[in-house]
Write a protein that binds this ligand. Sequence first.
Ligand code: TXA
Ligand code: MG
Length: 348
Amino acid sequence: MKTIVINKTSKQIETDIEKVANILKNGGTVAFPTETVYGLGANALDEEAVGKIFKAKGRPSDNPLIVHIADIQMLDQLAEEVTEKQKKIIEAFWPGPLTLILKKKKAVPDCVTGGLDTVAIRYPDHPLAQEIIRKATVPIAAPSANLSGKPSPTKGEHVVEDLKGRVDAIVLGEDCKIGIESTVLDTTGEIPMILRPGGVSREDLERVVGTVEIDRGLDAEGHVQPKSPGMKYTHYAPKAKVIVYNGNSHLMVEKIIYESNTLTKQGKKVGIMACDETQTAYEGCVKSLGSRQDMQGVASKLFHTLRDFDKEAVDIILAESFESKGLGVAVMNRLVKSAGYNMVNVKG
Ligand code: TXA
Ligand code: MG
């Protein structure tokens, strides 16, 4: 399949946007940047178009998609009545990195929702994404624009690497600011529940709506089934094996140095995923996610750092862990999943 690749900096960007909007209207697939990660879009109300997303990504069909809107009016086509509490959340966090689970309308095809009676909706905070959706004039179903199982794409080159030849068009913009996907919040029950931690933290949500729960299935290392269908899959995995080390900073660093030396002696190529505060303690292929004081920076570097290790053809990545609070909850969720729950607790 021929993929049109469009650059945001192109002189004829307006005509190009018209072109991709038409592709979407006519049932095609277009990858575009959002503030979280790149998305692979198709008309959410066109079953055949949505089928092309699953095919291009190699995505299991029981994993429902997020529908993207760029105008609050588009909600009427997708969701049943919106409650006062839901309106309050929408006002506080849209446009932005928050996906709401709402009761769906019949018009939303089953292939979008994995047969559930709810639909996931997000209003992205990204001018280019908004313009594409508005010009397409239809709600756009869009999962992250990576091959299923790989780390989500935060740079245009990741999308080209994964999807060129598999989709109709790719729109390249700047790197994604947030770099980790949206928070998925189920608002259909009495108390809102986080089904996937992401760009909006639990603390941020609680400041607006009071108590917010977090799905127990997320912490259970695969023992309890998570409520969101997508969270059960191994995800975000680079080609190399990943091990996450958890514990007091000093012990964690000592343990990683020890393991790295042992593995190197065995002839393995080791990558170490560290932070600015610790990176000089290590030798070899070391990459920093930035300062621990800047979790926004850490989140934005996580996925592309995992992909960068693959480019260096390391066999194994030894990763430091981060504190599970604020954005750190989403970072640790993705990191632990990229490791297939392979986590070592270092004790003194
Ligand atoms: O930031 C994001 O959310 C990005 C950008 C492109 O917007 N999109 C994204 O989509 O991460 P995806 O398909 O990679 O993840 C969608 C998640 C999955 O975990 C899926 O199971 C969950 O949302 N989901 C979708 N519909 C749902 C529903 N009705 N109930 C529960 N979970 C749902
Ligand atoms: Mg994804």
